[in-house]
Write a protein that binds this ligand. Structure first.
Ligand SMILES: [Zn+2]
Length: 288
């Protein structure tokens, strides 16, 4: 039966319960009270091995952990107490709750890094991606998210969403990239180099993505991201597409937006390309 419990389905089941609780006790619907749900999850799904403890501890390297007691009758959910952002902690707790619901029969122990929290691939064999999808659907239910995101998305709108759902800006942006029809890319950079990047489905198909896991990629000189005189531009400027994508049509322009994140000490860049854009190098285009 658990095989049919996909990340969105599992999250929606908890969402229905949250909606009932909110109505009955007149509580605010958002941000979602993850510890409460984690402790209730076994009851809700009628399982006999509940999460009984949720604690912040000083765990270096990891953002969150989940493990059972010796005879597997109870589980402990831990999160990194050095993290100061409530949004990050909430996402981590939801991610670990995702492992508990979806994966606890597959593995005895879960230890998750900050990188695991943003591996939102929908590849079904990837349990980190599944836990992230679960967390995103739990904290930002799609029907509600759609009501709060308009067509002309910029950092102000995404920041307002992050606030509404009590998540980090990263999580709000990834949620948008996951569902948007736009051709858009998030680039996170430090000291002139890309740290990581994520593309919307349309951008990925258009060849607008950066392989930051395997390559060291410099931020282009004439980009807004590289401009030290402009700390941020939340709604963006228009630039030739070739600044970021050398194989873009020379007439194509894109919108580049920029904010600086104190918390991560990095620059967040959003690139919005025309929906019809393709930026593949000529030889790769032929293969597609
Ligand atoms: Zn994980």
């Amino acid at each position: 039966m658990r095989d049919s419990l996909t990340p969105p389905k599992a999250a929606n089941r908890l969402n229905k319960i949250m909606e009932a609780v909110v109505e009955r006790f007149e509580q605010p619907r958002f941000p979602v009270d993850v510890p409460m749900l984690a402790k209730e999850a076994a009851n809700i799904f009628k399982w006999s091995d509940p999460i009984t403890q949720i604690e912040g501890i000083d765990i270096k390297k990891f953002e969150g952990m989940l493990f059972p007691n010796e005879n597997k009758t109870a589980w402990k959910l831990l999160y990194n107490s050095k993290v100061t952002s409530e949004g990050r902690i909430r996402f981590t707790q939801a991610h670990e709750l995702g492992h508990y619901i979806l994966h606890r029969t597959l593995q005895d122990k879960f230890q998750c890094t900050e990188e695991d929290m943003r591996d939102w691939s929908s590849d079904l064999s990837n349990i980190e991606g599944q836990a992230d999808l679960f967390a995103s659907y739990l904290l930002m239910p799609l029907d509600d998210y759609r009501k709060h995101i308009e067509t002309d998305v910029d950092f102000d709108q995404l920041g307002a969403c992050a606030k509404r759902y009590g998540v980090s800006l990263t999580a709000a942006i990834l949620k948008w990239l996951e569902h948007t029809e736009e051709c858009a890319v998030l680039v996170v950079s430090r000291e002139g180099f890309m740290d990581w990047a994520w593309s919307s489905k349309r951008a990925f198909k258009a060849g607008a993505f950066f392989k930051t896991r395997t390559n060291t990629i410099e931020i282009p000189d004439s980009s807004l991201a590289a401009n030290a005189d402009i700390a941020q531009d939340r709604s963006g400027i228009e630039l030739p597409g070739q600044v970021w994508f050398p194989h873009a049509d020379k007439h194509m322009t894109l919108t580049e937006m920029k904010v600086y994140s104190d918390q991560y000490d990095c620059i967040f860049t959003i690139l919005k390309l025309p929906r019809s854009a393709t930026v593949w190098p000529p030889w790769e285009k032929k293969e597609n």
